[in-house]
Design a protein around this ligand. Structure first.
Ligand SMILES: Nc1ncnc2c1ncn2[C@@H]1O[C@H](COP(=O)(O)OP(=O)(O)OP(=O)(O)O)[C@@H](O)[C@H]1O
Length: 233
């Protein structure tokens, strides 16, 4: 279980104070207006931003003293962060070993992960030789191959067209059923994930305003604010 309690960050023009619990194995979709603090929430969980107060635990472990690399989390960014000079297999391999000195078993695992995300045969392709959706599949495979139990997806599919975006969300749903992971995912289009997410959190003004089952959140008194956030995104 991911437990965030009163984690506070203060910048000159923005203050956040996050409280959120995500049970193990859940997919939590984080929605809300632009600038409301969704990405900052993920960066804080990953360790790129450190709260000045509050508690942050995963499965009972205090994450706050840990550097990002030591946290049980893997993050996928909107711009996927792939290395252009490395092949798909090498980019995925980085999720296992930054040195890329992979054992035979690890190489097999990379191949299996590329198959799992539908990229069988693309092992040798460089990011520039792949479509946007294929690049996001590589980034997803890199996060999943790391074996980390907490996956953070920061609007990873927002640059894709609606049909492809939905395909990717369904792929995430399929993959998480093969290996149980807890997923926190920011998204601008809640309807894409409403039937897949276990939980939806509405974040605005640096706070988790509400969190619960997607159907409950989407039909709550927040519905007009959610609609406004979607139309402005
Ligand atoms: N390192 C930082 N220093 C100062 N301000 C920051 C920093 N990181 C984020 N912010 C501010 O925090 C606020 C929330 O930004 P954040 O990117 O988390 O919002 P968001 O909900 O993800 O927005 P979007 O949907 O547009 O991506 C913004 O006002 C941003 O300028």
């Amino acid at each position: 279980m991911l437990v965030i309690e009163n984690c506070r960050l203060t910048w000159p023009d923005f203050t956040a104070d996050y409280t959120l619990a995500v049970p193990a194995g859940h997919l939590c979709a984080v929605i809300g207006p632009s600038g409301g603090g969704k990405t900052t929430l993920l960066h804080m969980i990953a360790g790129f931003e450190r709260p000045e107060s509050g508690t942050l635990t995963f499965d009972g472990q205090n994450l706050l003293p840990l550097e990002p690399a030591k946290r049980p989390a893997a993050i996928v960014f909107q711009d996927h962060n792939l290395f252009p000079h490395l092949s798909a297999a090498q980019n995925v391999g980085l999720g296992l070993r930054p040195s890329l000195r992979l054992s035979a078993d690890e190489k097999r695992l990379v191949g299996e992960m590329l198959d799992a995300v539908g990229l069988d045969g693309f092992e040798g392709r460089k990011p520039g030789e792949m479509s946007g959706g294929q690049r996001q599949r590589v980034a997803l495979a890199r996060a999943l191959v790391s074996g980390r139990p907490l996956i953070l997806l920061d609007e990873p599919f927002s640059s894709l067209d609606p049909a492809l975006r939905r395909d990717m969300i369904l792929l995430v749903d399929t993959l998480r059923r093969k290996r149980p992971v807890t997923i926190v995912m920011t998204i601008h289009t809640p309807e894409d994930v409403a039937d897949v997410a276990d939980q939806m959190a509405f974040v605005a003004d640096g706070r988790v305003v509400a969190s619960g089952k997607p159907a409950d959140i989407l039909t709550s008194a927040l519905a007009p604010r959610i609609a406004a956030a979607v139309s402005n995104s």
